[in-house]
Design a protein around this ligand. Structure first.
Ligand code: GZL
Length: 321
């Protein structure tokens, strides 16, 4: 808890007692949480924002929300503004892994605890944040790789893969690539023949897939997309090239958003590895614990599954994002 908050509570308590207000009422002063969101680049991000806003409302937390439009400088500006406003807790989803130590040291100097939500930072000084809650992206990449190895087990090869990477320098892009390659390197028939960022968006995913198809054409056997939005954009490019997505080109993706389920039900996407955006309730609970001075685990991992097209229609009605 910040010094300001303690002083404020002490003077409010004194005023409350003088005015006869029960102390408990004063202790209920609303927690103020400053949240800097990456942007609104994907279905996943929209669902994540919705989860955070609704969970803050349910938790009675005063949420100051800022959308950085996928720019690190906007996130740094927002964090500085939260410090100036003397919020009780700061949380953010870092658009890229690096370049956060300076502003996180400023938050530490102001005695404002920081929670990492969704994505990690590469700071060596782990005292700069209280906890990191989010998926294990490397495992998501491994799950995608294991599904493909199983799918292609009777193929003698080569199995030529094109890869749509997420935002350059972001934890999910770095770790999903690492996990996927760790698995496919077990068999030299798998070759990543092209790899480029689509920045997690449908538009860029389509644009880059068009370039892959122009360069490699029918040599492409598999598309590995770091998120469903880029896969959905690529599906449009594949169809416009006169090819059948999920048949002429196997498509492996990550997130498990509604658009992916719709594509799988339409027979245009082979599998989506789940990456849950529904971090809001966990974030609010951690914020309350931090303000109350309770200990919070340094790492909170979200547990997730994998959805091949064969189960999409059955699972779709119960999907929450
Ligand atoms: C993953 C999240 C990624 C999603 C993308 O936790 O950071 O960012 O996979 C989103 O859809 O844009």
């Amino acid at each position: 808890m910040t010094v300001q908050r303690r002083t404020l509570l002490a003077s409010a308590a004194a005023a409350a007692l003088a005015g006869g207000l029960p102390l408990a009422a004063m202790a209920q002063k609303k927690i103020v949480l400053g949240f800097s969101q990456v942007g609104a680049e994907s279905e996943w991000r929209t669902a994540n924002t919705e989860s955070i806003k609704s969970a803050a409302k349910d938790a009675g937390i005063d949420l100051k929300f800022s959308d950085a439009q996928q720019k690190q400088e906007n996130q740094i500006k927002a964090i500085r503004s939260f410090i100036a406003q003397k919020v009780d807790v700061i949380a953010f989803s870092p658009v890229v892994e690096s370049g956060w130590d300076t502003v996180l040291l400023e938050a530490k100097a102001a005695k404002i605890p920081v929670i990492l939500s969704d994505r990690a930072v590469d700071s060596k000084d782990t005292s700069l944040y209280v906890t990191f809650m989010g998926s294990d992206f490397t495992e998501e990449g491994r799950k995608a790789g294991r599904w493909l190895v199983e799918k292609e087990k009777n193929e003698k090869g080569p199995v030529n893969i094109v890869e749509l990477q997420g935002t350059v320098g972001s934890a999910p892009a770095i770790d999903r690539k690492k996990g996927f390659e760790e698995i496919i390197k077990s068999d030299p028939k798998f070759k990543i023949i092209r790899s480029q960022t689509g920045d997690f968006t449908r538009a860029k995913g389509k644009e880059v897939m068009e370039a892959f198809l122009k360069a490699e054409g029918k040599k492409i056997n598999v598309l590995f997309a770091h998120n469903d939005d880029m896969a959905i954009g690529a599906i449009q490019a594949i169809e416009e090239a006169g090819l059948k997505p999920a048949k002429d080109i196997i498509i492996v993706s990550i997130d498990g958003v509604k658009g992916a389920f719709e594509a799988m039900i339409a027979g245009k996407l082979n599998v989506s590895v789940e990456c849950s955006p529904l971090l809001g309730p966990q974030l609010m609970s951690a914020a309350k614990d931090v303000v109350a001075g309770k200990s919070v685990p340094k790492r909170i991992v979200t547990t997730e599954g994998i959805f091949p097209m064969e189960v999409a229609a059955k699972e779709f009605p119960s999907r929450k994002y």
